[in-house]
Design a protein around this ligand. Structure first.
Ligand code: ZN
Ligand code: ZN
Ligand code: FE
Length: 746
């Protein structure tokens, strides 16, 4: 007989881990206990050596679907002669490290029950179990027990309690369980608060309103959705007008995968991702012949953001509707997703007449995650519901608590505590007070979850970022990491690389070490430091930020830089006389015209030359439009060349204008970018890493995957600025826990 004790860390709370332990302990005739503690789970078992071995084998191979073991410490102890195997109630300690799981989509078993007339949860809109349902959105603090969630207001009925207490039940210790008798209620309301219907009748009436062409709101898992019929042109154009969102694509929610496949071409991997328990929005290719939804959904692009109903409430609504719907985060343009009635009335009262609410609070907001799948790998554009908070075990010598505050756009924060790195859900662009408040609230939440108080703050080098101002007011050591290096550091972290690499970071903007705007970077880098070995020839952003929206100014600025400009007429013709004269003066005198070398802006310039876009209304628009024009039969490139550590391209604007045909220009341009990376890669015998918003461009990245033998890019963490906090954090850790020689020792 042996007594063996285990300390386990990872995602082991609220995921059916203890009942699983209970079951395998019983199966192998072991006595002892399992309990949740502040760091994870503790197990003690007594039995024969063989039985313990069999137990350990099951522990390794048969984990419940949502569980993950990051760390396991075992030791043998003196026999205590346990009489049976028990699940012991949670232990509370001062320090709290146990990890919080993201929210997950409804599981197949719950789905079956919800459509089973004989089940007591037939048509029940909050059906969930240990393997599915809300987590992050309802948790107030750890440990993840019902009193620490927003389900604390609802007392379980006898039947629910029996399930909750039965270790053999799928709902054993599933914190948010309820049933029609004891759970939260639905209310369909008019904007003035008048209740029109409740519970299942509310879903029916909501469906009717959508069919009639109304724009409605529905409280989902991590916030409200704005919803309307995906075929109703009139409603969609009203929505675009009222939301001041002229062209940015809307995501479409479907009832089932068959409905998606009727109008989109899916790869096996895309299909799997769409159906996974994360249920993200996946950008897939429209089947133009079959596409029968409104063209206003994603104007002029061949991609469509699709996802499946993921909560029982969404499932019931779509079952009623039998047609796809636009389901977009309910918010005021650019602001965080709305989670409560009051904000809904204040901010969307002018758009929406009806909303479906329920009386369980969303404590932590999360948006829908957004991904693409390419070459069988994920490309994460927004990590939120179903994906984050995500944690990584990362052992270092430091016992500091570290907070990384990310970038300005697509902000997310990351923490380091007790050998864990935790990435928060997507927060947003910190351009307005609401999003800055959301940043602060997210931080407060994580502080509360983990009793976290940072010793050090790590952020971007940009002197004017909101995060920089904030960090400087905290009275803590503040360490700043260059933006594009943070992109590469995040990629190195994800691929566990600890060597010199060729890091290529291309995006729309980021503060460079020389004070100019970078974003076309080639670094030789390692975990601790970097050297900028090559970049794009800079141009002036005429009028600063004005150029970022009014992108006509970008090719104008470039053509004015060329000594003997010929055939500039086309570019000039895009402006009025007055505009042109003013901009020429701005260019000559370089008034408010910061230098910029970002590849993202090059895409803007090319989109203007193609004549397909002169104002950008959402991030990444020009890239998507150019991709739409890409013709794989065109193999030519433009004649970029490298001189004095700079990639020279301005002279090719003339060639682009001469080419005239948008399809030709766009294809040659993307081919050129691939060729540049190919050529530079051969100059360095190093692993090639790419990161930054530009690589969300599917055409570009797919071509690179084919032409660079071993290309590293992020597929578990966001490839855009959503991954910056991870790079900042891991760079700080590398510098402070293992002392390495600096590459460019300054
Ligand atoms: Zn379930
Ligand atoms: Zn109940
Ligand atoms: Fe960036």
């Amino acid at each position: 007989m042996l007594h063996r004790n285990y300390q386990i860390e990872g995602i082991v709370q609220g995921v059916g881990f203890r009942p699983f332990i209970y079951q395998i302990a019983k199966k192998h005739n072991l006595k002892g206990f399992v309990l949740n503690n502040s760091t994870g789970v503790e197990i003690s078992i007594e039995g024969t050596k063989e039985h313990i071995k069999a137990f350990e084998n099951d522990l390794k191979l048969k984990l419940p679907p949502l569980a993950r073991i990051d760390f396991l410490n075992k030791k043998d102890k003196a026999l205590e002669n346990f009489q049976d195997f028990k699940i012991i109630k949670s232990e509370h300690k001062d320090t709290k490290y146990s990890l919080i799981s993201p929210d997950f989509a409804m599981c197949p078993e719950c789905y079956k029950e919800m459509f089973d007339k004989n089940n007591r949860r037939y048509q029940y809109f909050f059906t969930n179990c240990t393997n599915c349902g809300p987590r992050y959105s309802i948790v107030n603090t750890v440990p993840y027990d019902r009193p620490n969630t927003s389900m604390n207001e609802f007392n379980m009925c006898e039947e629910c309690l029996a399930e909750y207490e039965n270790p053999d039940d799928r709902r054993y210790h599933a914190q948010p369980i309820s049933c029609p008798k004891c759970g939260p209620q639905l209310f369909l309301k008019k904007m003035n608060g008048e209740v029109l219907a409740t519970n299942n009748e509310a879903i029916d009436l909501l469906a009717t309103l959508i069919k009639q062409g109304h724009i409605v709101c529905l409280k989902g898992m991590g916030g409200f959705h704005l919803i309307c019929d995906a075929k109703n042109e009139k409603t969609i154009s009203t929505l675009r007008e009222k939301k001041k969102r002229p062209t940015k694509p809307f995501a479409i929610m479907f009832k089932d995968i068959q409905a998606i496949e009727e109008i989109c071409q899916l790869s096996v991997e895309e299909r799997e991702k769409i159906c996974s328990n994360q249920r993200p929005i996946v950008l897939v290719k429209k089947d133009n012949k079959q596409f029968n939804l409104s063209l206003l959904i994603a104007p002029n692009i061949d991609r469509l953001g699709v996802f499946l109903a993921y909560t029982p409430l969404h499932v019931l609504l779509l079952e009623k509707l039998q047609m796809p719907i636009i389901a977009t985060s309910a918010n005021h343009s650019g602001e965080p997703i709305i989670t409560n009635e009051k904000d809904l009335k204040d901010k969307l009262g002018h758009i929406v007449e009806f909303y479906l609410d329920y009386n369980r609070q969303i404590l932590n907001a999360s948006d829908d995650s957004v991904m693409q799948v390419l070459g069988g790998k994920e490309l994460i554009m927004r990590a939120s519901r179903g994906v984050t908070p995500i944690s990584y075990r990362y052992e270092t010598a430091t016992n500091q608590k570290i907070l990384a505050i990310g970038a300005h756009q697509k902000n997310a924060i990351a923490l380091y505590i007790n050998n864990q790195i935790i990435l928060s859900p997507y927060i947003g662009d910190l351009d307005n007070i609401s999003t800055v408040d959301f940043f602060k609230k997210t931080l407060e939440n994580f502080k509360r979850f983990y009793d976290f108080e940072p010793d050090v703050i790590v952020g971007d080098k940009h002197p004017l970022y909101e995060t920089t101002h904030w960090a400087k007011k905290q009275g803590k050591p503040f360490f700043q990491v260059q933006h594009h290096f943070a992109h590469i550091a995040a990629t190195m972290f994800e691929h566990k690389l600890d060597e010199d690499v060729l890091g290529i970071a291309w995006d729309g903007t980021g503060y460079g070490d020389d004070g100019s705007i970078w974003g076309g970077e080639f670094f030789v880098a390692n975990k601790t430091t970097y050297k900028r070995v090559l970049s794009f020839e800079p141009f002036s952003l005429l009028g600063g930020d004005a150029s970022i929206k009014d992108i006509r100014r970008i090719p104008l600025s470039m053509i004015l830089d060329i000594k003997e400009p010929s055939n500039h007429d086309f570019i000039f013709s895009l402006f009025t006389h007055t505009e042109l004269n003013l901009l020429k003066q701005i260019h000559t005198k370089q008034i408010n015209s910061p230098k910029c070398s970002a590849v993202g802006r090059l895409f803007d310039a090319v989109a203007v030359i193609c004549g397909i876009c002169d104002k950008v209304t959402y991030d990444g628009e020009s890239g998507l439009l150019l991709e739409n024009l890409y013709d794989k039969n065109i193999k030519e490139t433009y004649n970029f060349f490298i001189k004095e550590d700079l990639i020279r391209y301005k002279h090719t604007i003339k060639d682009m204008i001469e080419d005239k045909e948008p399809r030709v220009i766009a294809s040659k341009f993307i081919n050129t970018l691939v060729k540049i990376i190919e050529e530079v890669s051969t100059m360095y015998r190093l692993k090639v890493l790419v990161s930054g918003g530009v690589f969300q461009n599917r055409t570009l990245l797919e071509k690179l995957i084919l032409s660079i033998p071993k290309l590293y890019f992020q597929n578990k963490t966001p490839i855009n600025d959503g991954g910056i906090a991870l790079g900042q954090l891991t760079n700080y850790l590398a510098l402070n826990s293992d002392k390495k020689v600096f590459l460019n020792n300054e």
